[in-house]
Design a protein around this ligand. Structure first.
Ligand SMILES: C[S@@+](CC[C@H](N)C(=O)[O-])C[C@H]1O[C@@H](n2cnc3c(N)ncnc32)[C@H](O)[C@@H]1O
Length: 292
């Protein structure tokens, strides 16, 4: 039975749809937005000092919503300075949505956008083959390291591309979130494959500490309303369950016993709190800012 379960990322259409429902039902982007308003100006305060062009690399930029918010803060800090914003993103649909967003956003005149339809690893291989060692003033990886095969090597590679005053920013689910509880307990029963890894900021911190990379950590409180997951057959609930377990059609393909255990786990205080008749899953995030 367990072998019937497939990783969600193998079904691209369903992945994008479940991510959309997740964004609709969570404070994921709101809490990032708050961080960008309040803390990001401090993080990027010296990345462009003395530069006529600021080079920004977005790894797994998705549909660009968060990228554009971050870009507006760089513009505010360095008014009129040219920004070269390059995006590594393997999904054609996401690039399409990103381009649409750019087209309908004003005040982007001083920003040049370039999209590379490839994975982080393909980018690294292409740069190595082209003997290109272009450096960057700001590199960010927002909610994407789960999909990278060799996480320590990827962090080391992009860290080497930082200019002297640059920053590498990573956003990932927190080690103190419901994800940590759910994945540590049930990750080994879910279709973990080499396309998606159940990692949290606690794992990244361990990698950074053993590599001796200096970094700062910010915790962002966030929750996801998963009430609909408990109504059998609810379409949004099923997509959210897929997202939580990174499993395609979890409700239909999981062995009944595993499904029951996970449904019970999701209601427990280690994962969620019940408020006003709603089940709110702890979706706390961590922002990790790494120095060159
Ligand atoms: C959860 S989404 C996050 C998108 C965006 N950064 C945000 O927070 O809204 C993850 C993104 O990473 C992209 N992705 C998946 N595997 C990747 C890889 N190996 N290298 C770069 N990006 C990848 C996906 O296509 C998707 O757009």
């Amino acid at each position: 039975m367990a072998s019937a379960m497939k990783s969600l990322i193998t079904n691209h259409g369903r992945y994008v749809e479940s991510f959309r429902i997740f964004l609709k039902n969570s404070t994921e982007h709101q809490c990032m937005q708050e961080f960008i308003e309040q803390q990001l100006p401090g993080v990027i305060s010296s990345i462009g000092n003395g530069k006529s062009t600021i080079n920004i690399l977005s790894v797994g930029g998705g549909a660009g919503e968060i990228d554009l918010l971050m870009l507006s803060k760089v513009q505010a800090r360095y008014p009129g300075v040219t920004i070269n914003n390059e995006v590594i993103e393997p999904s054609a649909e996401q690039i399409f949505s990103y381009k649409e967003r750019v087209a309908k956003t004003s005040n982007l005149e001083n920003i040049k956008f370039t999209w590379h339809k490839e994975t982080a690893y393909e980018y690294e291989s292409r740069m190595n083959a082209e003997k290109d060692s272009k450096k960057w003033d700001f590199i960010h990886m927002v909610q994407m390291l789960y999909y990278v095969k060799d996480i320590p090597a990827t962090i080391r590679y992009f860290h080497r591309l930082l200019e002297a005053q640059a920053k590498l920013l990573i956003i990932l689910v927190s080690g103190a979130s419901g994800w940590e509880t759910l994945w540590k307990k049930y990750g080994s029963h879910l279709p973990l494959n080499d396309l998606c890894f159940y990692i949290t900021s606690a794992d990244i911190e361990a990698i950074l500490n053993s590599a001796g990379l200096k970094h700062q950590l910010y915790e962002l409180p966030s929750h996801m309303d998963i009430t609909s997951c408990f109504t059998e057959g609810n379409t949004d609930g099923e997509l959210l369950l897929d997202f939580l377990t990174e499993t395609c059609e979890f409700s239909k393909t999981a062995p009944p016993e595993l499904k029951q255990q996970i449904m019970e786990e999701l209601r427990k205080p280690e994962c969620s709190e019940e408020r006003d008749g709603k089940v709110l899953f702890n979706n706390n995030l961590s922002v990790i800012v790494i120095e060159p």
